[in-house]
Design a protein around this ligand. Structure first.
Ligand code: FAD
Ligand code: SF4
Length: 338
């Protein structure tokens, strides 16, 4: 049992001043990740600042034609919100591919971005782990690394980011609204999560005393041609081995705009401008999809137990793009499009 203090924040300003006053404090929202980490003795905050009652539960259209989602909106409310279902179905699909209904009822939008890796050694406090204890070593590199990363790894960490929702947010080019003692700022989704480099203990570019207040979606939701595919060991209640979010804008058979993001393969949702650029202006066919997959994975590197992810990701990218192009996001059909 870890003793800790508990306090409830009355508003965003109060939450910031409470966290700024105590470096050993942590925010708690739905608690679905943080409480587990405390039970495993991975995280031991001296004080929990409960932000779950803050008035950050709106899902509203912005004047610029996008949508602003409050950080406390539960994952299930977000997935079933009419604005999200109709305009951003890629996001709804990704959320519903994650966790279980009970967990999605508790999990918050902000907390989902900040959930920590599922690397086995991160949770096993008797083994070295640079993310948990900087400088101690990485047990996964020469250990059981079946679930670990194949892209953007470093000598210090090969962990993956486990979120489904974030893969769709990356493809949609969301923005993260945060506030701290120095004021409010907006972080492009691509710049929010970090690669491990020499500082794997830092998952994101959020400062320790900043709070996420909202996620902003741009106007284009790619609601006609999209698909989220999640490959995992069980059909539900399991994290992705590989996942793909694909969004296309088509003019006839030609790809006008393409977005592609991978989950389960890197320390952050993985996007590659070269792969997306290679799709623009091309016919939406198998050959173009295969080229994009090859580009996306050109720097992939497997370890003893996870090399299978490279071929798996390649096939998953092609299939997801095919489903997006057909406008059959959930289709299991094996019919060839051309
Ligand atoms: C068994 C299980 C299976 C799961 N499967 C999946 C899955 O398949 N796919 C998937 O995507 N997810 C999955 N999850 C993860 C789940 O989605 C996350 O635990 C959840 O989204 C975290 O949200 P939360 O509100 O509960 O965060 P919390 O646990 O409350 O907080 C997580 C972290 O975020 C910080 N935090 C929270 N909100 C804010 C904020 N607004 N500003 C600043 N800091 C904040 C906290 O301090 C903490 O460090 C699973 C979880 C479990 C337990
Ligand atoms: S991959 Fe990262 S999280 Fe896993 S053991 Fe190595 S340092 Fe720790």
């Amino acid at each position: 049992m870890i003793p800790f203090q508990y306090a409830r924040a009355s508003d965003v300003a109060d939450a910031i001043s409470q966290i700024a006053a105590d470096p050993a404090a942590k925010f708690i929202a739905g608690g679905t990740n943080l409480i587990d980490l405390m039970k495993y003795d991975v995280e031991h905050p001296a004080r929990l600042i409960d932000i779950s009652q803050l008035p950050l539960r709106g899902v509203e259209e912005t004047s610029g034609g996008g949508v602003l989602i409050g950080a406390m909106v539960p994952n299930s409310d977000l997935a079933y919100h009419p604005l999200i279902e109709q305009r951003y179905p890629l996001l709804a699909s990704a959320i519903l591919a994650g966790a279980s209904q009970q967990l999605r009822n508790m999990a918050s939008t902000g907390g989902n971005l900040l959930q920590r890796t599922r690397c086995f050694y991160f949770y096993d406090i008797v083994t070295p782990c640079n993310k948990r204890q900087p400088g101690s070593g990485c047990s996964a590199i020469n250990g059981v690394n079946r679930i670990n990363a194949i892209l953007g790894t470093s000598q210090t960490c090969i962990a993956t980011h486990p979120s489904d929702m974030c893969v769709a947010l990356a493809a949609l080019e969301a923005k993260v609204h945060v506030t701290g003692p120095a004021g409010a700022r907006v972080i492009a989704f691509a710049d929010f999560h970090r690669l491990p480099g020499d500082t794997p203990q830092r998952d994101t570019n959020l400062e320790p005393n900043e709070i996420i207040t909202a996620i902003e979606l741009p106007p284009n939701g790619f609601n006609a041609n999209y698909s989220y595919l999640k490959i995992r060991d069980r059909l539900s209640y399991a994290f992705a081995l590989v996942s793909v979010a694909a969004a296309l804008e088509l003019e006839g058979d030609t790809i006008k705009e393409a977005r592609l993001a991978l989950g389960g393969v890197a320390h952050k949702p993985w996007r590659d401008p070269a792969a997306e650029a290679a799709l623009r202006g091309e016919r939406a066919d198998q050959a173009a999809f295969a080229r994009a997959a090859d580009l996306m994975l050109r720097e992939a590197k497997g370890y003893a137990h996870n090399s299978f992810k490279i071929g798996l990701a390649r096939r998953a990218i092609v299939r997801t793009l095919r489903q997006a192009a057909r406008g059959t996001p959930q289709s299991q059909s094996v019919k060839k499009i051309r």
